[in-house]
Write a protein that binds this ligand. Structure first.
Ligand code: AMP
Ligand code: MG
Length: 349
């Protein structure tokens, strides 16, 4: 399959190009597009065949449900049986934006979208390109991250093409995504809203708005717990080589990483690292490094995370060591992704 390539301006996308992409979606085709979080792989969310093509292109397990993307709050109404008060508060405050809310679903949502669950996850993105595309298509757009299942999510059109060129009908390139980690997923079907995936809207923001938020135990429990969000149980975001995550406070964490590097180099291994600028200054020259920013700059770290994880795709390292950061603000989402990327191979200070 030939993948059509559209380039548009992030803030003022060309109308004709957007119409063409929306037309493809209406025809049941697969179109990758940028959002403020990561690039999504879109299809008509009410068309089972189109949605099944998403699973096929990504190699995604069929019980891992998809998020439906809408262009305004009215489009939510036919998809859900009720809008709980807590959900309305969240939507008013954080939509459009990087927040996905889980509702009880109606029958117009195909089973394949919700992985057989009685619920549906919905988001109203803030990105101009995403919003215009969904509005022009006039249908809810199912859109998981536009990567091969298990790989790091794409934050650029080039990263999408590295995984999906020739497997999808089109891609809209509007440059790099602002936030760089996926949306926060909150289940509002429980009496107290439950955080299923940390993301662009932080736990602190949710606590501030709602007063009370439960954290799904599977978020902290690695692979032992039974996940409520099916996506939690799969290996995710994995770079090309095995990765070990280091957790602890600075500068001890850097000392620990440097010691491990020394041992690995002495054993003849080629070592890659994902580290802060502070730690990068202390690295031996033979190490392949991806630097994600200053430790305090959590937003910058989130924005650089997936590019760092993908940076070893073409440089054959034997092992990757990653430096953890504090779980504050976007740090919670960053650490959630790093733990999964490491397959929970973690060394604590
Ligand atoms: P992705 O599409 O790659 O951004 O991942 C979407 C995430 O949302 C996955 O972790 C899914 O398991 C989760 N998700 C989607 N729909 C639901 C739902 N109805 N209930 C719980 N989690 C969901
Ligand atoms: Mg994904």
């Amino acid at each position: 399959m030939h993948t059509e390539y559209f380039i548009v301006d992030k803030d003022q996308p060309d109308k004709q190009t957007m119409q063409r992409a929306a037309e493809l979606l209406k025809q049941g085709k697969l179109v990758a597009f940028p959002t403020e979080t990561v690039y999504g792989l879109g299809a008509n969310g009410l068309d089972s065949q189109a949605v099944s093509n998403i699973y096929q292109a990504k190699g995604r397990p069929s019980d891992n449900p998809l998020i439906l993307h809408i262009a305004n709050q009215q489009e939510l109404i036919p998809l859900v049986t009720e809008i709980p008060a807590n959900a309305q508060v969240l939507m008013d405050k954080y939509w459009p934006g990087p927040l996905t809310v889980v509702f009880k679903r109606t029958n117009i949502v195909p089973d394949i979208v919700s992985g057989g669950l009685g619920t549906v996850a919905v988001r109203l993105p803030a990105s101009t390109v995403a919003c215009e595309l969904i509005a022009l298509a006039g249908i809810p757009i199912a859109a998981p991250s536009a990567n091969t299942s298990g790989r790091p999510s794409p934050t650029s059109a080039q990263a999408v093409l590295a995984d999906l060129d020739g497997r999808i009908d089109a891609i809209i390139d509007a440059g790099i995504c602002d936030i760089g980690v996926e949306s926060t997923v909150v289940d509002c079907t429980t009496p107290v809203p439950t955080l299923l995936r940390p993301g662009g809207i932080t736990l602190e923001m949710l606590m501030d708005t709602l007063g009370e938020v439960e954290i799904d135990p599977a978020l902290n429990g690695g692979t032992q717990c039974i996940p409520r969000s099916p996506g939690m149980k799969y290996t995710h975001y994995a770079p090309a080589a095995p990765m070990i995550l280091f957790e602890g406070t600075y500068p001890h964490i850097a000392d620990l990483i440097l010691k491990e590097i020394e041992t690995a180099l002495a054993a003849g291994q080629k070592v890659g690292v994902i580290v802060s600028e502070e730690t990068a200054e202390r690295l031996p020259a033979t190490v392949v490094s991806a630097v994600y920013g200053l430790r305090q700059h959590t937003e910058e770290i989130a924005a650089n995370l997936y590019t760092a994880l993908r940076s070893f795709d073409d440089s054959p390292v034997d092992i990757i060591y990653a430096e953890g950061i504090p779980e504050e603000g976007l740090g919670l989402a960053v650490m959630n992704r790093l733990r999964k990327a490491s397959g929970y191979k973690i060394i604590k200070e």
